[in-house]
Design a protein around this ligand. Structure first.
Ligand code: UD1
Ligand code: UDP
Length: 372
């Protein structure tokens, strides 16, 4: 029975790791869930374990917040002895956060096979910390598990071996589809006095959008204008909380606490439009067929624009306002990329447990064996 460590660290990881863990365990793997502790507030962490029915982590690294180097370094220092203790056959990392890169780097030098779920996404914007994390994680991974054909094409263009690249579909959509009916039973609309199709949902947490007061002011100006036509609800990410209050929020935009998973899916599902700089929300809106306007100049998920309901609006307030009005007048038709069908976790388990991918690099143990 292979032992496989699955790593989760922050809000967008939990819904990605759950279907992978479930499928691996269905096929008999000994799964160890390691939580790095990057996110720790109840509203950013515990609520997801409860909503998604994820068992408590088997190990917790307690990394917490800090600068990029501090946070990445703390995860690495705590993960290294754990690998030595547990001696897994493989480690699965998901997404593009600092915890993903930290555990990938440690695994690559320690010996187990490394699998990256959500491989091949590229914004080509090197000012995003996530782009550094994605590219570096892919580079040291053995298994590159791509959510869509365009992500696999990026990997092939970068010269990865064909046997490393597997288009498995989107694990986030596995979780969405598995929980949609439960989410629709949430009472969040009543609690906030909202009606289906009668409001827009907004999220903001990218450093480029929320850390710079001028950028944030411009975005809020646009949200205020849109809120005049379609009232907006904005669940506040802790990174943005103080800055939103400092800059001042216009009428028509209502701040609420970060939403739990089921509530947030319910809020997306019933929204007339979603305005976001989140990665995962671009995908979930496409799967739900809800119009999404992305408040960024680029996206690592172009498939949601080309085969979904996403429109890139940039960050200029006039362009955002015009784009949202256009989308409200003429919403994009629902459509969904191939393999976003609820079975990505199962495909990943088959790839990992059937073997197949050659080791990308000689490992320390191989070198020792080779010398003997
Ligand atoms: C991180 C990820 C980002 C992801 C986002 C999802 C990196 C580089 N960034 O960004 O890719 O989109 O998570 O939400 O890994 N904080 C709390 N409570 C918490 C967690 C964070 O108050 O439970 C506050 C702290 O002040 C912290 C700040 O939020 O310094 C930023 O947290 P951090 O995890 O470093 O980055 P995020 O902006 O959350
Ligand atoms: N999400 C949530 N509550 C919120 C905002 C987002 O449950 O208030 C969920 C959302 O449905 C998606 C995930 O969190 O499943 C996306 O995480 P986030 O936007 O924090 O990170 P990103 O995807 O940008 O890395």
């Amino acid at each position: 029975m292979p032992r496989i460590i699955c790593v989760a660290g922050a809000r967008p990881n939990y819904m990605k790791v759950k279907p992978v863990m479930d499928a691996l365990e269905r096929h008999g793997a000994d799964v160890v869930l390691v939580h790095t502790g990057q996110h720790y507030d109840t509203a950013m962490n515990d609520v997801f374990f409860r909503d998604l029915g994820i068992r408590p982590p088997d190990r917790h690294l307690g990394a917490g917040s800090g600068s990029h180097a501090e946070q990445t370094g703390r995860v690495m220092a705590a993960f290294e002895p754990l690998l030595a203790e547990l001696v897994p056959d493989a480690v699965v990392v998901v997404g593009d956060i600092n915890s993903t890169l930290a555990c990938a780097l440690v695994t690559a030098k320690a010996g187990p096979l490394l699998a990256h779920v959500e491989a091949g996404l590229r914004s080509r914007d090197w000012s995003m910390p996530e782009e550094v994390n994605r590219v570096a994680t892919d580079r040291v991974s053995d298994y590159l598990l791509a959510p869509s054909a365009d992500a696999a094409a990026n990997l092939r263009a970068e010269g990865y071996r064909e046997d490393q690249v597997h288009v498995v579909g989107n694990v986030m959509i596995d979780t969405l589809l598995a929980n949609l009916e439960r989410a629709r039973r949430s009472d969040v609309l009543d609690r906030y006095g909202l009606t289906r199709g009668g409001y827009g949902l907004a999220t903001l947490h990218r450093p480029a959008n929320v850390d710079d007061p001028d950028a944030l002011r411009g975005l809020l100006r646009a949200l205020g204008r849109i809120g005049g036509r379609c009232p907006l609800v904005l669940p506040v990410h802790p990174r943005a909380e103080q800055r939103l209050h400092a800059v001042g929020v216009p009428a028509g935009v209502r701040l609420v606490p970060p939403a739990g998973y089921l509530d947030f899916i319910a809020l997306q599902d019933a929204a007339r439009v979603v305005l976001t700089d989140s990665g995962g929300v671009q995908e979930e809106t496409t799967a739900l067929g809800v119009p999404c306007v992305t408040l960024r100049n680029n996206t690592e998920r172009p498939v949601t624009v080309e085969e979904g309901t996403n429109v890139l609006a940039g960050t200029d307030p006039d362009r955002i306002t015009a784009t949202v009005h256009r989308v409200l007048d003429d919403p994009p038709a629902p459509r969904c990329p191939a393999l976003w069908d609820g079975r990505a976790g199962e495909r990943i388990a088959r790839v990992l447990l059937d073997g197949g991918t050659a080791r990308t690099r000689p490992r320390p143990t191989d070198l020792v064996r080779g010398a003997a």
